[in-house]
Design a protein around this ligand. Structure first.
Ligand code: BES
Ligand code: MN
Ligand code: ZN
Length: 512
């Protein structure tokens, strides 16, 4: 009887805790060499100084097009976008020209931004079916790269976080038909980028979830739902298993919360090489603990303190959807840094999984504590060839670099270089800060180390370095990069999904 009762209430709790994954965007794409749709809107991609119109148009239509562009000083420069009156004879309601600049020099990230601003513009009007003409980029490889990146930009900007709205604003629902030089190549390129976009959306969704809905168990369950069907092996350790495994640093952070610590492990075994390990900070809410955050805006933003773990989950999703030929394991220590009579206290000493003792001089320096055990677990159970950790770790990093760069720390030049390259490609940029001569700023008088010191970003980094030991390791402090509040940039209100694109490209550069 009691067992049955427990089973039923357990089931009910699981149901309440679950946050269902749903489709993230409602737009569709088709890549064709020959048109199959009758669009209401025609978009022409125009390289610099190629303003004569499409070869298949009649003389009068071409004349109308080039005169209308010239009248508005449109020469095909990058970021130019112009709607003109559709000439008589073209069976469309609207005609839009998008400038590419020098097509051969167009960066992927700029093409994505073009797609994003095109979509933002179309979303204001009543476009339903959109045909995009790329015939003015004849080279097939260039054509594929540019068109697929623009389509990717459309998708990235059309994500909406609307699960908490009873009456959500209608989402963009356009169908896009891309007329391309090689439909198979373009379709395949977009499939890869769509895999990436799905990973970005998962990271955004997880980061955006309210702290209570996105508690450690719910976060882990959401990731299981998304990743397991893709062939990713998902393992979830609950609070008792975390404690039994000796991960006292992770466990300690969660002691004040009814939502106990979890360790989430997602393993994509795309090859038999030793794995690349990605460890992400998953603080589902950071109150600061007894070193309470007292500023209203700061504490509110700490719903997003799970963005590192979200980036790792999204990266695993992207790589699995791409069927990438790499062995990658994501380790996500999840905990809520709360206050109660059972919470960890300033001055407490905890023992991490590797046996090291840590003096908790500040309960608000909790991210490095959960990461320490995550890094230890990765080494102990997976013997990775390299570890990258990613975390919204320090306010000090935000003051140093703001939102335009994440800070990276490593002794290995190759890790820094490959990460910088991935950062430039995806425009999720990184800037190196030094580890030395800061090694001793976290020495403790009573334990093996303390969890905080000055300068703040370096203290976090050298703390984690001690747990990485002799495994090649890079630390990414993405504090400030995970959420965007600037409403003048409509694509990026709320979670950005920072790190998914960076890490997915980096894994390829590094493991290949
Ligand atoms: N999650 C915060 C860091 C943070 C700050 C992320 C702002 C995003 C935006 C982290 O846990 C924290 O509280 N760090 C403190 C540590 C300090 C009190 C030792 C910091 O850096 O201020
Ligand atoms: Mn904190
Ligand atoms: Zn934190």
């Amino acid at each position: 009887m009691t067992t049955l009762y427990r089973f039923i209430t357990g089931l009910a709790l699981t149901l309440v805790a679950a946050v269902a994954a749903a489709d993230y965007v409602d737009t569709t794409h088709a890549f064709r060499e020959q048109p199959a749709s009758e669009p209401d809107t025609l978009v022409v991609l125009v390289p610099l100084n190629s303003t004569d119109g499409l070869p298949e148009w009649g003389e009068a239509t071409r004349e109308h097009f080039s005169r209308a562009l010239a009248a508005q000083d449109f020469d095909g420069s990058m970021t130019q976008q112009l709607e003109i009156l559709a000439p008589v004879g073209l069976p469309v309601d609207r005609l839009i020209a998008v400038g590419l600049g020098e097509a051969a020099e167009l960066a992927r990230a700029d093409a994505e931004i073009m797609g994003a601003s095109l979509a933002n513009y179309l979303n204001l009007g009543k476009a339903g079916s959109v045909q995009v003409q790329s015939a003015l980029i004849p080279d097939p490889r260039l054509n594929t790269a540019i068109v697929s990146a623009i389509a990717h930009g459309v998708d990235l900007v059309n994500y909406r976080f609307d699960r908490f709205k009873t009456e959500a604003e209608p989402r963009p629902t356009q169908s896009y038909e891309w007329l391309v030089a090689d439909q198979e190549q373009a379709g395949r390129a977009w499939d890869q980028l769509n895999a990436l976009a799905q990973g970005v959306f998962t990271a955004r969704e997880l980061t955006n979830l309210s702290a209570s809905d996105g508690n450690p168990a719910a976060f882990a369950e959401y990731v299981r739902q998304r990743l397991q069907p893709l062939g990713v092996k998902v393992t979830i350790l609950g609070p008792q298993q975390v404690l039994k495994a000796g991960m006292g640093a992770l466990y300690g952070v969660s002691k004040g919360s009814q939502h106990g610590a979890h360790l989430l492990i997602a393993h994509w075994r795309g090859s038999d090489d030793p794995p690349v390990a990605l460890v992400g900070k998953g603080i589902t809410f950071d109150s600061g603990g007894y070193n309470l955050k007292t500023d209203a805006a700061s504490i509110l933003a700490m719903t997003g303190d799970k963005a590192g773990a979200a980036a790792v989950a999204g990266t695993l999703e992207a790589l699995a959807r791409q069927k990438a030929a790499f062995n990658v394991v994501g380790i996500m220590p999840l905990a809520q840094n709360a206050i109660s009579g059972t919470a960890q206290l300033p001055g407490d000493v905890v023992t991490a999984g590797n046996g090291m003792t840590i003096e908790i001089v500040n309960t608000d320096a909790e991210g490095r504590l959960v990461l320490a055990d995550g890094i230890w677990y990765a080494r102990e159970h997976f013997q990775p060839q390299v570890i990258a950790d990613i975390a919204t770790l320090t306010g000090s990093k935000v003051r140093a670099l703001g939102r335009d760069y994440a800070a990276v720390f490593s002794e290995e030049e190759e890790l820094i270089e490959t990460l910088k390259t991935a950062g430039e490609l995806t425009r999720e940029r990184v800037w190196q800060l030094p580890l030395g001569p800061y090694e001793k700023i976290i020495d403790s008088t009573i334990a093996d180390m303390k969890n905080s010191g000055q300068p703040g970003a370096q203290a976090g980094a050298v703390f984690l370095q001690r747990f990485a030991g002799d495994t090649p390791w890079i630390h990414i402090d993405m504090a400030g990069n995970g959420r965007y509040e600037d409403t003048s940039q409509p694509p990026l209100i709320g979670a950005t999904g920072y790190g998914v694109r960076l890490l997915t490209e980096w894994v390829k550069l590094y493991a290949e």
